[in-house]
Write a protein that binds this ligand. Structure first.
Ligand code: ADP
Length: 544
């Protein structure tokens, strides 16, 4: 039996139309300098997106051609988010933090035609542009110098001038909801980055899931500060979710340090935000070192991208701000699981659940699989690789690469952990970072989470290093806070009440900063290499 429901496609254009008409007066606020902002509305977004779409048509963008962005989180980037998929083309957000050879590889792989770039990022783009063979035009947002872009056979135009010549209306085509809307490459710690291609439908459903109370609960009365960059995993879907809900959107531009973020929070009073743990940790240290700041507008902040230390959640609880841990990856759009504790639990139990990677949101399914592919029970004990599936989980990489990451319709996440009977997922490591000592697993994630709770520790990354007797033993690479002097023995003593004795690291290295990947995660491959090359100064704790 056929339903009587209308066949109405779930598209980005429908989100844009909704935002521009129903929530037309709601604001989009972009930081222009650390202390000042530019204000616009969703109604203006509708018009500017139409102008951009008209301009891109004039530049020859047809069908599902790719339009890349090389931008911070700002109004022009949001215009590309809205216009490019709505016109039927495909938005490709380039990650500013990738090295030039990876950027040009990605742009060629995706066959990008046009790149929209912030003027402040022109010098960075110029390093990759000569090798971006498929790109014919660069649109520069802002009035900064563009001379370094000249001489590579690309047309270089000013974004504002190009838009000013265009009509503020566009007849958004009806596109198939399963067609490509946007793409994003994962950093690919081995081999080349892999492309994930989002559909209109996947983005629509993902955004709506983000708005549910069981996920991030983004609503009309929210002001959302999207700290997670728009060049990474669609800024966790916050921009589209805000447009759908009619929430106001705060875009911090390049000002992602604690001081300007705190200033923006005080000036614009966002109610929710999303960022990785390092950012919240920086903000926490900043407000502790500079008392008197007011973050009280924030009711809830989403945190993910790597495990969220409990000490961070407790410290934010004391500020009256609830950190909600979420788990996901570029391949899952990214929101897949959220750690919310039900009411009525003891404070300790609630904190334990909030410290997990959470439960899947409706639509996504999760399971744990062992080395042989056997599906394991959700008993809170069986450890294996986490696999997920759902309408906003990718079924393959663009071009069919790395097909071994998919089987039976499930994505192999590369994350290792367990699921308990209440369906809370706890991750212990990424598959490539697990530490196997004497045949047993040691969770580097848990060691890091505990170490960061020590008052002298700014950052901690734990890696496995070869050991004759045990195969591998943990080495903790620690960044101490300025002026702090914790010793290996003190840190080991601190950990000894918190983790199993045989987990305690014997080797320690005090470093200036943990090396990061293009997506801002600890790059443990680099740390392991530094260790192998003898570049780390290693101190041993006198064993207890
Ligand atoms: P990349 O894979 O390029 O580093 P992603 O943002 O796609 O970038 O990373 C996804 C990975 O981040 C996950 O597979 C997982 O390892 C990690 N991650 C995300 N959220 C969490 C979380 N809440 N706790 C632990 N790890 C997380």
């Amino acid at each position: 039996m056929k339903s009587t429901m209308q066949d109405f496609p779930l598209t980005v254009a429908s989100v844009l139309r909704h935002a521009a008409s129903v929530h037309g007066d709601r604001q989009v606020i972009t930081a222009v300098t650390p202390g000042s902002s530019r204000r616009s509305t969703y109604a203006e977004l509708g018009e500017r997106s139409a102008q951009l779409a008209n301009a891109l048509r004039d530049l020859g963008i047809t069908g599902d051609e790719r339009v890349a962005t090389f931008q911070w989180s700002n109004q022009e980037h949001l215009e590309a988010y809205a216009a490019v998929p709505s016109m039927g083309a495909v938005l490709h957000t380039l990650n500013l933090r990738l090295p030039p050879h990876q950027l040009s590889y990605i742009a060629g792989h995706a066959e990008d035609r046009v790149v929209i770039v912030d003027d402040t990022l022109v010098p960075l783009l110029a390093r990759a542009l000569p090798e971006m063979g498929t790109v014919h035009t660069v649109l520069v947002a802002g009035s900064g110098d563009t001379s370094v872009l000249e001489g590579h056979g690309k047309e270089v135009l000013r974004y504002d001038e190009v838009l000013a010549a265009q009509a503020p209306t566009f007849d958004w085509p009806v596109v198939d909801e399963t067609s490509a809307a946007a793409m994003c490459y994962t950093s690919g710690t081995t081999g080349n980055p892999k492309g994930v291609v989002y559909s209109h439908r996947s983005m629509w459903l993902h955004s709506q899931a983000a708005c549910t109370h069981n996920a991030l609960g983004i609503a009309y009365d929210d002001t959302v500060l999207a700290i997670v960059p728009m060049f990474h995993a669609n800024a966790w879907g916050l921009p589209y979710a805000a447009m759908m809900a009619g929430a106001q959107l705060l875009l911090p531009g390049p000002f992602l340090q604690a001081a300007p973020l705190v200033a923006m929070i005080e000036a614009e009073r966002p109610t929710m935000s999303g960022a990785v743990p390092t950012i919240w940790n920086d903000i926490l240290n900043y407000v502790r070192d500079n008392p008197g700041h007011d973050l009280s507008s924030l009711k809830m902040v989403a945190c993910g991208g790597s495990a969220v230390p409990r000490s961070l959640m407790t410290a934010f609880d004391e500020l009256g701000i609830r950190i909600v841990q979420a788990w996901g990856m570029t391949e899952t759009s990214p929101l897949a699981a959220v750690a919310l504790a039900p009411a009525g639990l003891s404070a300790e139990e609630a904190m334990r659940l909030r410290g997990t990677q959470g439960r899947v949101v409706a639509g996504v399914e999760a399971r744990i699989v062992d080395d042989t592919g056997l599906v394991m029970p959700h008993d809170g004990k069986s450890v294996g690789e986490l696999e997920v599936r759902g309408p906003w989980v990718t079924a393959s990489y663009y071009g069919g690469e790395d097909s071994e990451k998919f089987h039976d319709g499930w994505l192999r996440t590369g994350d290792v952990g367990l699921i308990d009977p209440a369906q809370f997922i706890t991750l212990t490591d990424r598959a490539k970072d697990v530490i196997k000592s004497g045949g047993e697993w040691i969770s580097s994630v848990e060691l890091e989470n505990e170490l960061i709770g020590h008052p002298d520790v700014l950052q901690a990354a734990v890696i496995g290093v070869p050991d004759e007797k045990w195969q591998e033993r943990p080495l903790a690479a620690v960044v101490r806070k300025p002026g702090a002097a914790a010793t290996p023995d003190e840190l080991r003593e601190f950990l000894s009440d918190r983790v199993a004795k045989w987990w305690l690291p014997d080797s320690w290295s005090f470093i200036d900063a943990v090396p990061l990947t293009g997506t801002g995660k600890f790059d443990k491959k680099v740390l392991r290499q530094q260790y192998a090359d003898g570049e780390l100064t290693v101190e041993n704790s006198s064993r207890a």
